[in-house]
Ligand binder design. Structure first.
Ligand SMILES: [Fe+2]
Length: 253
């Protein structure tokens, strides 16, 4: 009985709990511990592992306290996380309780950014936890790597199966779609997404998409399309330059 639980935390972060059986769960990017512990206690769950996508405090600030409480593993790919952790390698898989989690290195936002691709065979569920690399309708700021590295990381994620749920580290959805429509006002698919996201926001429900939708409506994943290239008048340049131009525009939006 698998179940994804989304916990809005801090200012606009998302923390995820995935309950893979009646008694156990793992958590992704606990920037704080209180809200997570409350959910785990309410559902009588023990914590098997903490996955961390990168070293920023809003993604790992609650890990130490939760590790002390549950004596569980912390999985990361960073030497910049203070709490002792199992450092994973690119494409390394860890398995427990009928699920498999593959670490996919996605540098760009930070040099230690990693995404986690979970498959739950029993539930037939596929989920990618993207941290601050891929957002719904957008992507993270590029702090520690060059633009080509970030674009390459986004391409790795967009090659995952279409029915993979995309669980992102922040809720920047509305501003991402508004930015996209500012660049491409006639994109009806994005307009529909904005409507749905607004309606979910009104009901206080997270708006979680899948990779098929991201490939169609995420402007950064569409850097290489004729539409975006012609809007930006960048038909004949390297796609990383097109991506870079979009990212710069978003930074100042
Ligand atoms: Fe971050």
């Amino acid at each position: 009985m698998g179940k994804l639980i989304t916990i809005p935390a801090l200012f606009d972060n998302y923390i995820y709990i995935y309950r893979y059986d009646d008694r156990e769960a793992f958590v992704v990017d606990p920037g704080e511990s209180r809200a997570v512990i409350k959910v785990l206690r309410a559902q009588n769950l023990s914590l098997r592992a903490i996955l961390i996508t990168h070293h920023h405090a809003d993604h790992c600030g609650g890990a130490e306290q939760m590790q002390k409480l549950f004596n569980c593993d912390i999985i990361a790919a960073s030497k910049r996380i203070a709490t002792p952790n199992c450092s994973v390698k690119d494409h390394q898989k860890v398995s427990f309780g009928g699920i498999s989690i593959e670490a996919i290195f996605t540098p760009g936002h930070t040099s230690d950014s990693v995404s986690y691709y979970m498959t739950d065979q029993q539930m037939g569920e596929k989920v990618i936890f993207t941290g601050d690399t891929l957002f719904t309708g957008g992507c993270g700021r590029v702090f520690e790597c060059d633009m080509a590295t970030m674009y390459n990381s986004l391409c790795k994620l967009s090659s995952l199966p279409d029915d993979t749920l995309v669980c992102t580290g922040h809720n920047y959805t509305l501003e991402n779609y508004r930015f996209s429509l500012n660049i491409e006002p006639d994109n009806e698919l994005v307009r529909d997404c904005l409507k749905k996201a607004l309606s979910q926001e009104e009901q206080d429900e997270p708006y979680i998409t899948n990779m098929a939708q991201e490939k169609k409506t995420n402007i950064f994943l569409r850097s290489d399309t004729l539409e975006i290239r012609s809007i930006l008048k960048m038909q004949d340049v390297d796609v990383a330059k097109v991506f870079s131009e979009l990212r710069k525009k978003k930074d100042s939006f």
